[in-house]
Design a protein around this ligand. Structure first.
Ligand code: SF4
Ligand code: SF4
Length: 418
């Protein structure tokens, strides 16, 4: 058989790629997935050919001298590769930070521990960045919840912010809420409301009220068609029914029972100005249903997860990224949630925020069992082009906009934003 140079090159590429992936899978099973996700097959194959010797030497030395550090070092390496080899992911957000003199994008405090207790949800919304649905099975164990509570105590965090999926579907959810309250934290739960109509969950409003849990509820518009288009049929009516029940218990009426609503655009636009939209929500929901609530949070959709798939399908992905980058607002930087919180994924991995969690970009600080507040505060936040979603216009966080609006859409109608 004639073996030409081309065949040798192809074989070398294939063997480099396969060998590299196999050895990494043995040492660090999550790494190839992480690299593939960010580099794509072609760049991953090229890199596999040119650097396996160097990589294995470094990894071998790390395994010998610092075995516990492998996991986070490897993730860090994955992120470094991302900016060195993947031009798409050459981190434009970091470049922008450098441009405005803010390259030290470090943590500032740990006010909040945000916990994703699992990905199962009774809904499967179009904009869901963690891609939850009734089919997901990932959920946090009680052992990890205990570690989260220990970490929150060590960090002197004021708030435990519980999210999912529908967090209520985790079998340890109520025990976790009680333990967090007993430890002295304010407990905030991000609920989709409709879960409270499902069998086995109908007593949740009373459970919440008796413990004074702070509720943050998704209601992405005051108009039925927009909510149902984004979240599924009948979700609007069901949400209204539950908010009325919560109001009857004092939620959104009494100061100690806060009920905040969350708006996010249905399409590729920035949210309207938060206070103007809040006034419109109060008027519409008050007039038609007698509904009351505490605050409205406007949240920008980040170009990740199902929302990004939708943008790509409709051909808006580039335009939307461009809009986020054009409206970058430096004054949002100090209040970005990643600089004031610890986020814990369902498996105990630590992250900077919910969005990095969705992208599997861990905070390079390992598992919650190894949590050290000083080390966590000393880390640099892991960034990517998606971060422009938090700094666009008035800024965006799980607590709504970050500064007075000077770049959001001018109107105050949620219908127009979708
Ligand atoms: S957006 Fe919220 S309610 Fe909708 S599927 Fe995702 S986790 Fe569930
Ligand atoms: S996505 Fe937002 S909150 Fe998360 S790291 Fe980027 S800027 Fe921070």
């Amino acid at each position: 058989m004639i073996v030409n140079k081309g065949m040798i090159a192809v074989l070398a590429i294939l063997s480099g790629f396969v060998g590299h992936a196999i050895i990494k899978m043995i040492y660090l099973p999550e790494t190839p997935r992480c690299e593939l996700q960010h580099q794509g097959w072609v760049l991953y194959a090229i890199r596999s050919l040119i650097c396996p010797v160097q990589w294995h030497l470094r990894m071998g030395l790390t395994l010998i001298y610092s075995p516990n550090a492998c996991h986070w070092r490897d993730r860090k390496e994955c992120l470094m590769n991302l900016s060195i080899l993947n031009p798409l992911a050459d981190n434009r957000f970091d470049q922008r930070l450098r441009h405005v003199g803010e390259e030290d994008f470090n943590a500032i405090s740990i006010r909040t521990v945000q916990v994703n207790v699992g990905l199962k949800c009774n809904l499967a919304c179009h904009h869901c960045h963690v891609e939850s649905s009734p089919k997901r099975t990932e959920e946090m164990t009680w052992e990890i919840m205990e570690l989260v509570l220990q970490a929150a105590k060590k960090a002197h965090a004021r708030t435990i912010d519980i999210t999912g999926g529908a967090p209520e579907m985790n079998p340890h959810f109520r025990r976790f809420v009680d333990a967090a309250i007993a430890q002295g934290h304010e407990v905030m739960v991000r609920t989709n409301l409709t879960i409270m109509l499902e069998e086995a969950y109908t007593d949740l409003p009373e459970f919440y009220a008796s413990r004074r849990v702070h509720l943050v509820a998704s209601l992405p518009c005051y108009l039925e068609t927009n909510v149902d288009r984004q979240r599924g049929k009948r979700v609007y009516q069901e949400s209204v029914e539950i908010i009325q029940r919560l109001n009857a218990l004092g939620y959104g009426v009494r100061q100690e029972l806060p009920l905040d609503l969350v708006y996010n655009p249905g399409g590729p636009s920035l949210p309207p100005e938060q206070s103007a939209l809040e006034a419109a929500y109060r008027k519409e929901l008050g007039t038609h249903f007698g509904i009351r609530f505490t605050k409205l949070y406007t949240i920008t959709n980040l170009p990740i997860g199902r929302f990004q798939h939708d943008l790509q399908r409709q051909g808006y992905a580039e335009k939307y990224q461009d809009l986020l980058e054009r409206t970058f607002n430096k004054s949002t930087l100090n209040e970005l949630m990643c600089r004031h919180q610890l986020h814990v994924g369902w498996d105990g991995t630590t992250y900077d925020c919910d969005f990095n969690y969705a992208l599997k970009l861990s905070a390079n600080t390992g598992h919650i069992r190894d949590f050290d507040p000083a080390l966590f505060l000393a880390r640099r936040v892991v960034t990517g082009p998606h971060c422009f979603g938090c700094t666009a216009g008035a800024g965006s966080s799980c607590g709504g906009s970050l500064v007075a609006d000077d770049a959001g859409t001018a109107n105050n109608a949620c219908g127009a934003a979708g």
